[in-house]
Structure formats: structure tokens, C-alpha cells
Design a binder for this molecule. Structure first.
Ligand SMILES: Cc1cc2nc3c(=O)[nH]c(=O)nc-3n(C[C@H](O)[C@H](O)[C@H](O)COP(=O)(O)O)c2cc1C
Length: 388
């Protein structure tokens, strides 16, 4: 009897591992963005203006690999902000050269620049990082440039809030011609599209499955991933970062079970790794196609620029009702990493690979963010409002 209940327990556990991994990479649609907590700098005694705090809040809504949010900022004066790399949050296994860290910071800078417009400010951006390991990434001067209408400001806020990673429920429908041309125009010459079913689309489909399998079988990669999965609600609330079951769409009893019985060891299990590959197969077989965003990536500045372009593209896609799911494994793993340019007949390197398409239900992002106060690295508590 004892043995029987033990096996029932393990069968249930295996089933739930399956549920979790099937949904890994799938987003639930709850509105749990911690907006209230995020706007807390003033409460914490950091005397920045409300507009700067709001601009920084929208900057933090940028995407980042594993939702590690490897950004910090230093407020130099009411008009000058420095964007910094938080090296304690980088991913040495999947991103040993900080390529994705720079792309994430680029997305942060793009959001910051767009959010500045809400308040009639222009962000003059100077990229200062010479290497992708430099702490100082960009220097931003905010200049008054004339107010925008409240309708446009509301639209900007909405757009920045609604961008997110969607991982499940993609329809098997081709991309509409007008949507494709709009995406191609957003970053001219650097956006390449491969429809599902085309020969290059098929190469990407197979490569994504195989590269994910390769990664899932690398212990160090899984270990690193396990450090960014927040199984329990308490842990998620404490850290406000990483990948939560909610981001994977796990709710109800399954969510309760995962939050109580899963831990970092679960990620190292064979069943979890196998299910990851099964999930990826389902994901890549269901979408409109794959977008590849290219740039030379020859220095930190070009990677940061790619991050800014990624964010512009993503914001445009979400405006059009398209969903985006970055899948980085082919860019991270050999042999795909070195053969992609040739196989896709590109003239420069892929920096991001995105599964794209349409979903039935409206998308609502649920990934968590650390509050603004926690990204401000400064002991200046005397910054007052922007000069009007
Ligand atoms: C450079 C970069 C690489 C990423 N790679 C992946 C990936 O391989 N698989 C995935 O599911 N999401 C990937 N993402 C998406 C992040 O997990 C996501 O942005 C983060 O969890 C925050 O969630 P949000 O995009 O919904 O705000 C990537 C994002 C960035 C910026």
C-alpha cells in the first residue's frame, strides 16, 4: 500500500512536471505587473521627480534573457541618467560574452527613450560601453522637446505596458502581407522573415528543436536556468525577477502543486529536460514563422543598437496584434551559431531569433519587475524635479 501511494505520488509528480514543462515558455494572461510597487522610489526617499520615476518604470518593462533584468541606473543630475550593466545578474552559461545582456540593455534604453516622450522629453543617447563587460553602458541626457497630446501619451504608455513574451496558443496562420511589410520597415534591412513551411523555415524549425535539446542536456545551462525559475509565489514576490509559473500559464491546482513541490532540482531531472524538447517541438510547429534580426555584433554599441531595434520591432508587432517569442538557442549553440549566416544567406550575424504569429486570446504580459528604487545605484537623495 505504501509502495502504491509512493508510485501514485511519483506518477502525479511526473504528470505535473509534464504540465509545467509543456507550459514552459507559455504566458498566462493575468495582469500582475507590479506597477504599484514599481513606482516606489519616492516612497523610499529617493528624491526623483515623478516623471523620471515613471520613465524608469517603463524602461524596466523591457525584455531581458531569463528576466534577469541586468540593468542599473545612476542619476547624475536631474537631466542626466547613466545606464549601467549589473554584472551580478548576467548569465555566464547561456550568454558568456554578455551579448544578450547588451541586447537587453538596448531594449531598456529604447523603452526609456520612448517613455521620455510621454513627458515631452527627448532622450539624447550616447553609448559609452566599449566592451560588453563594461559597467557604464550609456549616458542619457533628457531635454525638453515639446509636449505630446494626452492621447498620444496614453497610447505610448499602453504600448509599453502591453509588450511581452508570448509562448503558447499560437495559431498556424500565415503572416498577413501588410503586417510583414510593416515589420520589415520598422528596422530596414535587418529584419528577415522565414515562413513556417518554407525551406529556410524548416531549417530553423529543426535547428531550434536540436539546439534546445543540446542546451537542455547541458547541466550548467540547466543549473543556471534553475537559479532563475521562481517556483514559489513567495520567492517571486521577494525577487521580482526570473521566470514564474504564472509566466508559463500555470494556475489553479497545478500552480499550487508546482509552487509547493517543485524546486531547482526539478529542472535537473531527465523528465523535465525531455519535456522541454517536446514543448519546443510543439511551439515551433505552431506559429506563422520566424523573424531573424541581424547586425554585425562587432562591438558593445552594435549589440545595444540591436536591443533598441529589437524593442522597436517588438512594440510594433504588439501594436499589430502579433505575438513574439524569442528563441535564442540556435544563436547560442554550435554548430548552428556558426552556420546560420550561410544557411540563411545573410550578409551579417543573426542577433535575435523570434517565433511569431497570432493568438486567439488577447495578450497580457505577466512577467514581474523589480521596483524602480532597486535599480537606482546612487546615494544622491537630493535630486529634485526636472527644470521646467
Ligand atoms: C536577449 C533575449 C533573449 C531571450 N531569449 C529567450 C529564449 O530563448 N526563450 C524564451 O522563452 N524567452 C526568451 N527571451 C524572453 C525573456 O524571457 C523575457 O523577455 C523575460 O522573461 C521578460 O518577460 P516579458 O518579455 O514578457 O516582459 C529573451 C529575451 C531577450 C531580451
Amino acid at each position: 500500500m505504501k509502495t502504491r501511494s509512493k508510485s501514485i505520488f511519483f506518477i502525479s509528480l511526473a504528470a505535473l512536471v509534464t504540465v509545467f514543462v509543456v507550459l514552459l515558455g507559455s504566458s498566462g494572461r493575468h495582469n500582475s505587473r507590479n506597477k504599484v510597487i514599481a513606482m516606489d522610489a519616492k516612497e523610499k526617499g529617493i528624491n526623483i521627480s515623478e516623471e523620471i520615476e515613471e520613465i524608469l518604470y517603463y524602461a524596466t518593462l523591457a525584455p531581458s534573457s531569463h528576466n534577469a533584468q541586468m540593468w542599473k541606473i545612476r542619476i547624475v543630475s536631474p537631466e542626466i541618467i547613466e545606464v549601467l550593466l549589473d554584472s551580478k545578474r548576467t548569465l555566464s552559461e547561456v550568454d558568456p560574452l554578455n551579448r544578450e545582456a547588451m541586447i537587453s540593455l538596448g531594449a531598456f534604453i529604447e523603452n526609456l527613450s520612448q517613455a521620455a516622450r510621454i513627458h515631452g522629453l527627448h532622450a539624447e543617447i550616447t553609448i559609452v560601453a566599449e566592451s560588453s563587460f563594461d559597467e557604464r553602458v550609456a549616458h542619457i541626457r533628457l531635454e525638453r522637446s515639446g509636449m505630446i497630446t494626452s492621447k498620444d501619451a496614453a497610447e505610448l504608455r499602453r504600448n509599453l505596458s502591453l509588450r511581452g513574451t508570448s509562448r503558447r496558443g499560437f495559431k498556424n496562420e500565415p503572416l498577413k502581407e501588410e503586417h510583414l511589410s510593416s515589420l520589415l520597415m520598422t528596422v530596414p534591412g535587418k529584419v528577415h522573415y522565414y515562413p513556417l513551411g518554407s525551406p529556410k523555415g524548416q531549417y530553423l524549425l529543426e535547428g531550434l528543436i536540436a539546439s534546445n535539446e543540446k542546451q537542455a542536456n547541458r547541466d550548467n545551462v540547466q543549473k543556471e536556468l534553475s537559479q532563475w525559475i521562481r517556483f514559489s509565489k513567495r520567492e517571486a514576490e521577494k525577487t521580482e525577477d526570473g521566470l514564474t509559473p504564472q509566466m508559463m500559464g500555470i494556475k489553479g491546482i497545478a500552480g499550487w502543486f508546482v509552487s509547493h513541490f517543485f524546486n531547482s532540482d526539478t529542472v535537473m531531472k531527465d523528465s523535465f529536460r525531455k519535456q522541454t524538447v517536446t514543448t519546443v517541438r510543439k511551439q515551433v510547429e505552431n506559429c506563422s514563422g520566424f523573424i531573424v534580426l541581424t547586425d554585425s555584433g562587432k562591438d558593445a554599441a552594435s549589440l545595444i543598437r540591436s536591443g533598441m531595434e529589437l524593442e522597436r520591432l517588438w512594440l510594433k508587432a504588439s501594436q499589430l496584434g502579433l505575438v513574439i517569442h524569442p528563441m535564442s538557442q540556435m544563436i547560442e549553440e554550435y554548430p548552428w551559431k556558426s552556420e546560420l549566416v550561410g544557411k540563411l544567406e545573410l550578409d551579417t550575424l543573426p542577433q535575435m531569433m523570434l517565433r511569431t504569429g497570432y493568438i486567439d486570446t488577447p495578450f497580457e504580459p505577466v512577467s514581474r519587475r523589480r521596483p524602480v528604487s532597486s535599480i537606482i545605484e546612487t546615494d544622491i537623495r537630493t535630486i529634485s524635479t526636472m527644470n521646467k
